[in-house]
Design a protein around this ligand. Structure first.
Ligand code: ZN
Length: 698
């Protein structure tokens, strides 16, 4: 009962119930929300409990037929560990069948006090073999969706009709605040009660984390033995927690005659004589082995006869259609002796969508519905180009995007799926040569060499055309508005050939003000020399370390160059890499302020050492000059030479390939703008090395 009071009495929950800090089932909080929203639900519960009492306990004896429930398991996934296997799903169905039929191997562990009330609930669960349209199914509905994360009712995608199926949704994690009453802690599952008003038709069912569904695969060794589903399906069949109502049975109380009152949820494996309420006659210990308490699954082993009465009442009054012979035939579970083999539905994935030319990557079959007998894979530019195994390993011979196709078949038929431009094969030698600078001044959109990702679709790294470092253009994140704690923004650069660099550095300018001392927004830079398989963190600053000017509680805009700071990160470990990948990540504290970045410079600032031979043979005249100058290269280096003009702040003004087969150039023809007064560095990147020469404009 105390769980229901969490909303209005947090301190009682915390101090009297400290053993249950691991909040595992959120059904009470979810139910409380429905009670708050629906005035008729309270009477519905009272009437149902009265009806169950009036029905008496005659149903404790065996019925002629076990009630069968068709099940659909919707697996919401992003091809991660939450995409649990068919074997793991079937293992869970096996467990709930044992538990609801009291065929569980640990039934003998029920203490003698309760052996005589432990019940076979006479309910059996079967995976549907026909979907709502009458098509062949194995009862597993795999759905690619980010709603698998921090799941709630909005994650209950593609519900099958509740009068025909028990809907179970498998997700990666569950929102700890479902119903607005949760404590934000870890939630393993929650269920919707059968009583009218307990929730929307389309959300009826059970939602459970994949790593607590079943007892094998990702759920092996978690200590719950698949009893999270037993517990949640118990709720779906109308059962309250045994501790509901506490010792005194305050509404909404559990009201089952053969489960002794329990003060607050038990956890772990309580002592065998544990007795939280002494007001019952006769005074019995807590029935901690009941599936509807919170003890660990390994200590749970029974439903009671009184709980079976509740379940029977639910079938007779609320879930009246689901176990009828007609529905069992409609859903294909009536006669399972010759269930049809479905045609498979082809699907596959690989966790690596960016790979180096020649690197080996593994592809995984994710076909659903019918068991696959034969596989045929097709890989564009692949080695091998075709494969007949379930999970092949392949490399790609050419750079560029490639398609992958999978054809699957069995005795019932075949299906195929083609994913176009699925894999981005990255050249081992990038066409983008360092040095390179992003100044953003001439851009009207994000440069093509950059790409962004954000978990907050309303924001992320964007081009800003109103401010910048000594300019009116830069990148920024509107981190003052629209942000929640933990939002993630990413800025990725195309791979660069670092062997052509001038310096083994990454440099960039940032401008950032904290909103307050509690702002801990974090900027990181990562580098990868294997096309994104492994990323090394080469820079990380947050909070006060990231700040470039004093904190302010209003939306921050840099006022002058003094609000900016030049950051320098060594890339000395990557000097020989010909396809270096770099990315910036920004994680918000939710109480931060705007972040600006400008003049991202890869390997672009002058070398400390100069190739003397080349340097001595490059002529620039006149120097000093009033703007223009003539450049004369030694004949030996004139082909494929790049000229970079950098101002005193290190800002790259131009980066152009000089025309081949020429030896003399007018600077004014190469650098189209007029150079204002100041000292510039002209950097020549040649096939024989790089040099920089100073030019004074008066
Ligand atoms: Zn529960």
């Amino acid at each position: 009962m105390k769980k229901l009071f969490v909303i209005i009495s947090v301190s009682i929950f915390v101090f009297s119930n400290f053993k249950t800090q691991a909040q595992s089932c959120l059904t009470d909080e979810y139910f409380q929300k429905q009670l708050n929203n629906n005035a008729t639900l309270k009477n519905e519960i009272i009437n149902a409990q009265q009806g169950i009492r009036l029905a008496g306990h005659s149903q404790k004896s065996a019925r002629a037929n076990v009630r069968i429930i068709p099940v659909v398991v919707h697996v919401l996934h992003q091809y991660g560990s939450e995409n649990i296997s068919r074997d793991q799903i079937l293992d869970q169905i096996r467990i709930i069948n044992l538990d609801f039929r009291r065929q569980n191997a640990d039934a003998s562990s029920t203490r003698s006090t309760f052996q005589n009330v432990a019940a076979d609930c006479e309910v059996e669960f079967r995976m549907a073999s026909k979907d709502p349209q009458g098509n062949c199914t194995d009862g597993i509905d795999r759905i690619y969706s980010s709603l698998t994360n921090t799941a709630n009712d909005a994650s209950k995608l593609n519900p099958w009709p509740k009068s025909n199926y028990l809907n179970i949704w498998i997700v990666k994690t569950i929102d700890g605040n479902v119903g607005g009453g949760g404590t934000g802690g870890t939630v393993l599952g929650y269920a919707q009660f059968p009583y009218p008003g307990s929730g929307a038709t389309k959300t009826d069912g059970v939602i459970i984390r994949g790593d607590f569904f079943g007892s094998i695969g990702t759920a092996a060794n978690n200590g719950y033995k698949g009893r999270v589903a037993t517990h949640e399906v118990g709720h779906w069949l109308g059962l309250f927690h045994t501790f509901q109502g506490g010792c005194n049975g305050t509404f909404p109380a559990e009201d089952v005659y053969d489960t002794p009152p329990v003060d607050v949820a038990n956890s772990s494996c309580p002592a065998s004589n544990w007795n939280s309420c002494t007001n019952d006659v006769p005074d019995l210990p807590d029935q901690t082995e009941n599936y509807m308490d919170y003890a660990d699954g390994k200590c749970q082993n029974m439903f009671s006869a009184g709980q079976k009465d509740v379940i029977d009442y639910i079938f007779q009054n609320y879930r009246t259609n689901i176990s009828t012979v007609a529905n069992l035939k409609t859903t294909g579970v009536y006669d399972t002796s010759n269930t049809a083999l479905c045609i498979p539905k082809a699907d596959f994935y690989t966790p690596l969508l960016n790979v180096c030319q020649g690197s080996q990557i593994k592809f995984y079959d994710n076909s659903t519905r019918g068991k696959v007998a034969n596989y045929t894979w097709y890989f564009e530019n692949g080695n091998p180009a075709t494969d007949n195994s379930a999970d092949p390993t392949v490399s790609f011979t050419k750079a560029g995007t490639v398609y992958v196709k999978l054809v699957v078949s069995n005795a019932s038929g075949k299906d195929s799926v083609t994913k176009t431009a699925y894999i981005n094969v990255i050249s081992n030698i990038s066409g983008y040569k360092s040095p390179w600078q992003f100044g953003f001044d001439s851009n009207t959109a994000l440069p093509a060499e950059l790409s962004t990702f954000t978990t907050n679709s309303s924001n992320g790294f964007k081009l800003n055309k109103t401010t910048g470092y000594n300019s009116s253009s830069c990148l920024y994140i509107n981190n003052y508005n629209n942000f929640n704690p933990g939002d993630y923004c990413e800025l990725s650069l195309v791979p660069f050939d670092m062997t052509t660099k001038l310096a083994a550095n990454l440099e960039f300018f940032i401008s950032y003000s904290r909103r307050s001392a509690s702002s801990f927004d974090n900027l990181k830079v990562f580098a990868s020399n294997d096309c994104g398989i492994n990323w090394n963190n080469i820079y990380s600053k947050s909070g006060g370390k990231l700040e470039t000017t004093t904190s302010q509680n209003s939306s921050f805009i840099p006022a002058s160059a003094a609000d900016w700071r030049r950051e320098k990160v060594s890339l000395s470990g990557y000097q020989a890499v010909q396809n270096l990948m770099l990315k910036f990540t920004f994680i918000t504290s939710g109480v931060g302020n705007n972040f600006y970045m400008d003049n991202i410079n890869i390997g672009g600032f002058p070398l400390a050492t100069t190739n003397v031979e080349i340097a001595n043979n490059i002529e620039i005249f006149p120097n000093p000059t009033n703007g223009n100058a003539t450049i004369k290269l030694p004949e030996t280096i004139y082909n494929n030479t790049r000229l970079i003009v950098v101002d005193m702040t290190g800002k790259q003004l131009s980066n152009v390939l000089l025309p081949n087969n020429s030896q003399t150039f007018e600077l004014g023809n190469i650098y189209n703008n007029t150079l204002s007064k100041g000292i510039y560095q002209l950097i020549f990147v040649t096939e024989k090395g790089s040099v920089s020469k100073s030019l004074l404009v008066e």
